[in-house]
Each structure stands twice: as C-alpha cells, then as structure tokens.
Design a protein around this ligand. Structure first.
Ligand SMILES: [Zn+2]
Length: 166
C-alpha cells in the first residue's frame, strides 16, 4: 500500500470498514510513513470539526459527501514522506515519473527483490541520481568541447593557417 491508497481509504480505515488484510496493510504503511500519520491526525481533527458543526438536518448522505470531499483535499495536498525502502510506485512518485519509465531503467537502478516485490533503497537511488548528474554534466562538457574544437577546425579550414607557436 502506498500513500495514495492509504489516503483514499482513510475514512474506511477510521470507521473500521476495511477487510482484515487491508487494515493490516494500512497499519503497516502507517507504521513506516510519518506523512500519513499526520494526515490521519488531520482527518480526526476534521471529523471532530464536522461533527461539531453538523446539525441534525444534515442527512447521512450529505455527511458522507462532506467527508469524501475532505479526503479528496487531503489526497491532493499530501506530499508523501518516503521511508528508507521504496516500492516501484513510491519510486515513480519520488522521481516524479511513471512506473513505465522506472521499468525502462531497471537495469541500472539499484534494486532488490523480496517476497516477489521489487524494492529500492532510497539511499542507493540517491547515489544513482548523483551518478546520473555527474555523467550528464560530463556529457554537457564534452559536447561543449566538441563544439569548440569543431569551430576551431572550421576556422582553420576557412582562414589562412595560423601560427600556433609564434
Ligand atoms: Zn503514506
């Protein structure tokens, strides 16, 4: 379960409507995600506010739609806090890309398999990013040098030979 899943079922989690499996997954996620812990507390506060301001004329349906619009706002504002181990969907959100793109780079992103699930150490991913930054900087530098030496070569072809050692 990731943050998006957790937030999406936060009201069911609170009202005990989740299946035992989902509830366990939600608890596991909550144990390792401080961000969702904060969202859960915010959810309680919001619920308390709703209860205080709700009058008897509000139908159960209206109350429910109020709660689900609150969850939607939470979902949109939630910036996930990642623990040391990332799933592939965590990683895609961490790197602001899609799971498909991550899959294209699996041969070079450090990862490991556990219980049939592909996992990533955030620390190793950060090292991999640093390597990519270095090689990108090198690539930029090299294309700049190549451009300059190309310019020099065409200068030589067009102009009279320069005396290099005056
Ligand atoms: Zn979370």
């Amino acid at each position: 379960m990731d943050c998006k899943d957790f937030i999406a079922m936060i009201s069911e989690y609170e009202t005990g409507e989740l299946s035992a499996d989902l509830r366990r997954e939600a608890q596991q996620h909550l144990a390792q995600c401080p961000g969702c812990g904060t969202e859960l507390r915010r959810f309680w506060e919001t619920m308390a506010l709703c209860r205080d301001s709700m009058d008897a004329s509000l139908s159960a349906k209206e109350a429910l739609s109020m709660v689900s619009s609150v969850s939607r706002v939470l979902l949109e504002s939630h910036e996930p806090v990642f623990g040391p181990i990332l799933t592939i969907s965590d990683l895609s959100r961490y790197l602001r890309t899609s799971v498909d793109v991550i899959e294209d780079y699996l041969h070079e992103i450090p990862c490991f398999e556990l219980g049939g699930q592909l996992l990533f150490r955030k620390e190793k991913v950060d090292e991999w990013i640093a390597k990519r930054e270095d090689s990108f900087a090198f690539h930029l530098l090299r294309s700049q040098v190549e451009r300059e030496s190309h310019d020099t070569a065409s200068d030589r072809a067009e102009q009279k030979p320069r005396t290099l050692y005056a």
